[in-house]
Design a binder for this molecule. Sequence first.
Ligand code: HPA
Length: 274
Amino acid sequence: MTYYQNIIETANYIIKYFGEPIDYAVVLGSGITLELEDQQELGYEAIPLFPGNKHANRVKGHANKLTFGKISGKNVLVLNGRLHYYEGYSMKDVAFMTYVVKHLGVKGLFITNACGAINTNFREGDIVCLDDFISLVSNNPLMGENEPRLGERFVDMTTPFDSYLVENLHKSAKKLDITLHTGVYGFFQGPYFETRAEIRAFKTMGCDLVGMSTVPEVIAANHASLPVAVLACATNMATGIQEKKHDHEHVLQTAQKISENLKKLLIETLQNLK
Ligand code: HPA
């Protein structure tokens, strides 16, 4: 079966499993949690064509399941955990679920992640709504032959993030008195945390944040004309900006703390969306 056929089959499998139309989808990054009303679950291992089933050991902090339920009266599908390029998956594997989400017929996708803050106006624990990205990785899911049923060969990236979703996130943050910054995310391959010199270089390039995910999914969403917005959670200051050394446990703990505001933000935003 082709990549395209696998996507369509997986979308049909998920639609049949939950049996209801899905309004919005949310991807949760490391350590971030979100409970839904009337929640149903589907483990990734039970999805026959899920590319992650190729590797047994996945990253700690990811539950590796789909949850379906309601937030503010909307039907929401949550992807608890994602595939990363640094795990050894291909970019097409990393982007697979984004294309599946598109073929579920959702109106938009919210992506969350844990990342390091380079911009010193940001603090550990802050949430940043992306307005652009810099890929520091010389590969992406559109490389190779184009599948025209997924999208066009050459994709415009003038505005990678959907203005309707982004404006609503900012409106909700204001109403809830939650600080929501705007920033540029640098996509670093990992899985090591960047060096001090790399962070200095990325700062000069214009990165406010740095992380090891999200951009392949954002590129695929743009390819597929799927409206997307990203809430990046600064779980630490980037290397050399903070004095202490990095530690994945700390990333997970901070992400868990941020989850509370993230959830409030999504509840309020989904309430106001069409
Ligand atoms: N760098 C890259 N990825 C990350 C970081 C970081 O500092 N923190 C959480 N994910």
